[in-house]
Design a protein around this ligand. Sequence first.
Ligand code: C5P
Length: 408
Amino acid sequence: MRLENKKILLIIGGGISAYKSLDLIRLLQKKGSSVKVVLTKSGKKFVTSLSVSSLSKNRVFEEMFDEKNKGKIDHISLSRWADLILVLPTTANFMSKLSKGGADDLASTIILASNKEVFLVPAMNVRMWLHKATQKNLNVLISYGYKFIGPEDGEMACGEYGKGKMSSPRQILSFLEKFFRKKDLLKKKKISAIVTTGPTKEYIDPVRFISNESSGKQGYEIALELSRLGIKTTLISGPTKLTYSSDVKVKEVVSGKEMFEAVKKKLPTHIAVCTAAVSDFKPLSIKKNKIKKDSKITEIKIEKNPDILGYLGKNNRYKPKLLVGFAAETEDLIKNSIKKMQEKFCDIIVANDISNKEIGFNSDLNEVTIVDKSGKTQKIKKSSKKFIASLIAEKIVDTFLLNEKSLN
Ligand code: C5P
């Protein structure tokens, strides 16, 4: 069922493990998937085009500019056709090329132009895998949103032992089955989510306002990840400098009150993730005209903004099935975050240590601990907000599906 009718675009790279791709094609075919194959120039040194086309029952794509295929742009049509792109084996050289955004052949161009999930299956000598350059490329690729299957520990073709061995076709198959099972389940359940992000601007007069440094990046990345997983997601964003992709629906707001109204309009929703740094206070009234320098004003009366997360947690009628809050703390990170989770009736809280200036607000990096209601913690050390978003989204989806299962 899980792999039936799935369209897999398999890119065969140039490594000794390329021969295993033939077995994988056979396994995928058996499960009912359609497989199209791109054979790289170096991949061709290990498997032949004839064996690949015979097994995949499709023509094999090799050239960027194919004379026989006039009028069709393969690097676009292949990526749009696929449900998922798999690169097997992914060599150290290919990782290096992708990390720089290289596009000098059909395989790398497809990946650069892709709007699909890309899974890289590395295979290389242990020294090559552990080399600082490869590890640096790995982090860059993770930050771009590429997913990795393996590598495993084991004996390599060169006789050395260690990390770098390619996952077996059966391991890859089981990984893909899990991936599609989750995706299909989410699609069937037609799940919706809202994510709040960014700062809010609370105007004092037409030109002055109360706000904060939040960039909105973390929330935006979470919204992207949830949509990618097939969840109908709306990002409700305060004013940011982000360029939003069309992959996620965005409702832009300015003040905390507007954000609150926009959230209420989206209820009921299955999942709500509140990452926004809503200004705690707002001026009691906004002056119609700019306050003059020589005016006699001595104070600005303020009042509290609505607590959106608090409202959702206490909402008897429309409480989301899964509520996620963020806690920015400078001390006693976990203890204070758990307290916040309980006070605001959240199911998950993402604890953010803001005492470290290198991460968090306005940075591309973050370091968080995900805490759930059972007290289980998952610390994610300093990494890109995109990578952190993928782990938060995974936790959200797994918890949501688990809760649903226990209710049924
Ligand atoms: O209470 P505190 O502001 O520290 O809580 C942080 C959490 O509450 C975050 O998830 C934030 O998005 C949410 N929040 C909110 N509305 C507010 C203030 C905070 O949704 N007015």
